[in-house]
Design a protein around this ligand. Structure first.
Ligand code: PAF
Length: 287
C-alpha cells in the first residue's frame, strides 16, 4: 500500500491509475478504523481497480474541543488493517497541506441540516462538506463510500454531489454492528465496560421502534422507544425521532412510503453516540 501525504501527489496517483484504465473507489475516514470502515474498503475493492482511503481528523467538523482532542488517533494500527482489506493508497494529508489557500465555503445544504445532528452540532455539516470537497478535489474518485450510521451525513453529501455536480457517485453502505447490536464507531473505544454495556440501549430503543413501526401511531412508537431508553437512566438522550427516508425531515405521522427512518443520539459516559435504523411497513399479512 502506498502512503501519500502530499495532496498534489495524491491527484497524480489517481490520474496515473485512471490512465491505466482503473477506476478509483474512495473511502474517506478520520481513522481509528473498525470493521465498518473495512467493510467500505472491501466494497470499494470489489468495484474498482484502485482503492484509496483517507485518514484525516477534520477540525472543521468538531464543535466540541474536547471531542477533537480525544478523538482516537492510531495510524500504526490502521495501516495493517487497510492493507488487509485491500487498500492501494492511504492518503493522510497534513492539515496545512490539505487546507493550503483554503477559504471555507458556507454551502446551501438545502435545509437538510435543520434537524437531528444539525442543531445539536452547529457547523458540523458545513465542516464535513468543506473537507469532503477538499478530499474529492485531490483524490478525484469515481465513487465514494460512506457508512449509513451517519445517515444525515450521507443524505447531505448526496444532495451536495447532485447540486454542485460533483462527478463522484456517492454509495451509502449498511451500518456494521457488534453482535449485541451496538453500531460500530471509532468513539466506542472510549467507553468503559459499564458504559459499553449501557450503550446497547440505543439499538434496543431503535429495535422497539422497528417492531411497532406503521402498526401504531407514530407518537406511540416514539414513546415506546423512549421507555426502553429510560431503562438506562445514565444514558442522556439528545434526540430520538422518526424521519422521512428521502430527506430525513421529522415526521409526526407515518408517510405514504414503505419505509421511514428512526434516528437517535445520546451521551453515554464520555461520548456522544448516534445510530439509526430503517423502519419497514409490514407486509399486509403481518398487520
Ligand atoms: O464520516 C467521517 O468519518 C467523516 O465525517 C468524513 C466523511 C471522513 C469527513 O471528515
Amino acid at each position: 500500500m502506498e502512503f501519500i501525504e502530499d495532496p498534489t501527489r495524491m491527484s497524480e496517483s489517481s490520474a496515473a491509475a485512471r490512465k491505466t484504465g482503473r477506476t478509483v473507489g474512495f473511502v474517506p475516514t478520520m481513522g481509528a478504523l473498525h470493521e465498518g470502515h473495512l467493510d467500505l474498503v472491501r466494497r470499494a475493492r470489489a468495484e474498482h481497480g484502485q482503492v484509496v482511503c483517507s485518514i484525516f481528523v477534520n477540525p472543521l467538523q468538531f464543535n466540541n474541543a474536547s471531542d477533537l482532542a480525544n478523538y482516537p488517533r492510531q495510524l500504526d494500527r490502521d495501516i495493517p488493517l487497510l492493507e488487509g482489506a485491500g487498500c492501494d493508497v492511504l492518503f493522510a494529508p497534513r492539515k496545512d497541506a490539505l487546507f493550503k489557500d483554503f477559504v471555507p465555503t458556507q454551502y446551501d445544504l438545502g435545509g437538510l441540516d435543520a434537524h437531528w445532528e444539525g442543531p445539536s452540532r452547529p457547523g458540523h455539516f458545513q465542516g464535513v462538506v468543506n473537507v469532503v470537497e477538499r478530499l474529492f478535489f485531490h483524490v478525484r474518485p469515481d465513487a465514494a463510500y460512506f457508512g449509513e450510521k451517519d445517515r444525515q451525513q450521507v443524505t447531505i453529501i448526496r444532495h451536495m454531489a447532485r447540486t454542485l455536480h460533483w462527478p463522484e457517485r456517492i454509495i451509502p453502505c449498511p451500518t456494521v454492528r457488534a453482535s449485541d447490536g451496538l453500531a460500530l464507531s471509532s468513539r466506542n473505544q472510549r467507553l468503559n465496560e459499564r458504559e459499553r454495556a449501557m450503550a446497547t440501549v440505543l439499538y434496543k430503543a431503535l429495535g422497539r421502534a422497528a417492531e411497532l413501526a406503521f402498526l401504531q401511531p407514530l407518537p406511540a412508537v416514539l414513546a415506546a422507544a423512549k421507555d426502553i431508553l429510560a431503562t438506562e437512566p445514565e444514558v442522556v438522550l439528545d434526540h430520538i425521532g422518526i424521519a422521512h427516508p428521502d430527506d430525513l425531515r421529522p415526521l409526526v405521522d407515518w408517510p405514504e412510503t414503505d419505509t421511514a427512518v428512526a434516528l437517535i443520539a445520546a451521551q453515554v459516559g464520555p461520548v456522544r453516540l448516534i445510530d439509526n435504523i430503517t423502519l419497514h411497513r409490514p407486509a399486509k399479512a403481518d398487520r
